[in-house]
Write a protein that binds this ligand. Structure first.
Ligand code: SAM
Ligand code: DTB
Ligand code: SF4
Length: 329
């Protein structure tokens, strides 16, 4: 029997297999990930997204990393949902700065039907600018996912955040299964899924394997997999955490590439405190997306000039979205 092609997507990963990948000698791991990366993507292309917090703070959830939870005193002021015109103006600025996708985030536990018309208008307006659209609004019901799709939504971001065994140490106000249910509603509405997690929350390598295993065994791999390095925020339970070990972070990117070979893997939060060399290692290990703009939702991100320099130094180009759309059908 010929051995199976290791570059093809699989959904039958075992936890032990994912752990074994994370345990590989670093040079072997990065080589394998870079090889798989080339099978499905041009490794000099990076998909560029930009975030906007359309409703900040005052969130009833207790996610232990988050500056926007009302459970913690972080100094982040709660705001109302932004006006549609202001959001579209920000999206136009993002497009002019080179963003290909505009991601709107709200500090909600779940989307309320009363907010659907306004959020839908934002999505349609951003889409009309020629940008890909993404929102992250907390838990969704199937009818809401369908309405967002009708408004022109391309991606919904909803993270599993960590492995199932560590999850309860970080969040108590909603379950892992709640999150899986929202992901199912998004898939059923034929919206692309953006789902990943955070490294550096005090979890073990086995917990990180648990997250990657959960992602890799979903009925469809998320089209986009954001890997965030914790942005420690004063006042949150994880405010004193040192964040992720740098080499461990690269391992996480590399294994995400290996177990979800056709997904775009985003080097997400945390670039502001990463060296250029660490970011270069992440791109070498299979990351092919990042957030631009000097702010994520509430925390900082590298400015446009330093990102332009980074891309030029590494010879990276914005992803050719038209060619990509053709390739994925
Ligand atoms: N409220 C919605 C929700 O949680 O589903 C959407 C916004 S929430 C801020 C989106 C994701 O951002 C979280 O799931 C988490 O993975 C990431 N995130 C939030 N705060 C972070 C931090 N301090 N460091 C790294 N990632 C963070
Ligand atoms: C994701 O995985 N990372 C983004 C996006 N999805 C919504 C958010 C990062 C937030 C970092 C903390 C902040 O700026 O508040
Ligand atoms: Fe709320 Fe999202 Fe922050 Fe959790 S991560 S507290 S759900 S804004």
């Amino acid at each position: 029997m010929t051995p199976a092609d290791p570059t093809l997507p699989r959904h039958d990963w075992t936890l032990a297999e994912v752990e074994a990948l994370l345990d590989l000698p670093f040079t072997e791991l990065v080589f394998r990930a870079a090889s798989v990366h080339r099978r499905w993507f041009d490794p000099s292309e990076v998909q560029i997204s930009q975030l906007l917090s359309i409703k900040t703070g005052g969130c009833p959830e207790d996610c232990g990393y988050c500056s926007q939870s009302q459970h913690f005193d972080t100094g982040v002021k709660a705001t109302k949902l932004m006006e549609t015109e202001a959001v579209i103006a920000e999206a136009a600025r993002a497009k002019a700065g080179g963003a290909q996708r505009f991601c709107m985030g709200a500090a909600w536990r779940d989307l309320k039907d009363r907010d659907l018309p306004k959020v839908s208008a934002m999505i349609s307006g951003v889409k009309a600018l020629g940008l890909e659209t993404c929102v992250t609004l907390g838990m969704l019901e199937p009818h809401q996912a369908r309405a967002l799709k009708d408004a022109g939504l391309d991606y919904y971001n909803h993270n599993l955040d960590t492995g199932p065994d560590y999850y309860g140490e970080v969040i108590t106000t909603r379950t892992y299964q709640d999150r899986l249910d929202t992901l199912a509603a998004v898939r059923a509405a034929d919206i692309a899924v953006c789902c990943g997690g955070i490294v550096g929350m005090g979890e073990t390598r086995r917990d990180r394997a648990g997250l990657l295993h959960s992602l890799a065994t979903l009925p469809e791999h998320p089209q986009s997999v954001p890997i965030n390095d914790l942005m420690p925020t004063k006042g949150t339970p994880l405010g004193q955490s040192g964040g992720a070990d740098e080499i461990e972070f690269v391992r996480m990117i590399a294994v995400a590439r290996l177990v979800c070979p056709k997904s775009v893997v985003r080097l997400s939060a945390g670039r502001d405190h990463m060296s250029r060399e660490l970011q270069a290692l992440c791109f070498l290990a299979g990351a092919n997306s990042m957030f631009v703009g000097d702010k994520l939702l509430t925390t900082s991100n590298p400015d446009q000039a330093s990102d332009a320099r980074l891309m030029a130094q590494l010879g990276l180009r914005p992803m050719d979205m038209a060619r990509r759309a053709e390739a994925v059908g």
